[in-house]
Design a protein around this ligand. Structure first.
Ligand code: 5GP
Ligand code: ZN
Length: 112
């Protein structure tokens, strides 16, 4: 298995996993670009949006609903950004479909 996200999903590589079910895993991005930066990742390996088809595209709705739950859990329904880089020109680096969940800009920094 050469895919880094498949490794994380299989618990073969450490990651801060915040949510998991039979279809999805949600873990913290290792190099956060926002105060809260999560990756919402299907457990089944799909390279990118380009590789989705009628049979597999249902995962997309589940990813968006997981994002909604993450916003609720973090108390940031007031604003969060969902982003998918698709393909090299868009800056996709990891070829295992993932949605970036970014938010938390309005939060006060933790004390201490
Ligand atoms: P892409 O540009 O492919 O949409 O984004 C890949 C994201 O995965 C980047 O934001 C990067 O920081 C994150 N990432 C890459 N390798 C790892 C890793 O091993 N663990 C975690 N948690 N995130 C990673
Ligand atoms: Zn994979």
């Amino acid at each position: 298995m050469t895919c880094i996200f498949c490794h994380i999903i299989a618990h073969g590589l450490p990651a801060e996993i915040l949510y998991e079910d039979e279809d999805l895993a949600v873990f913290k991005d290792i190099n956060p670009a926002a105060p809260i930066h999560l990756l919402i990742v299907p457990k089944k390996h799909i390279d990118s949006v380009n590789a989705l088809d009628e049979k597999t595209a249902g995962i997309f709705a589940k990813m968006v609903l997981a994002a909604k739950r993450m916003a609720e859990r973090h108390g940031i329904q007031s604003g969060y950004r969902l982003m998918i880089n698709n393909g090299r020109e868009a800056g996709q680096v990891v070829y295992h479909l993932h949605m970036h969940f970014m938010g938390g800009w309005g939060r006060k920094p933790a004390k201490g």
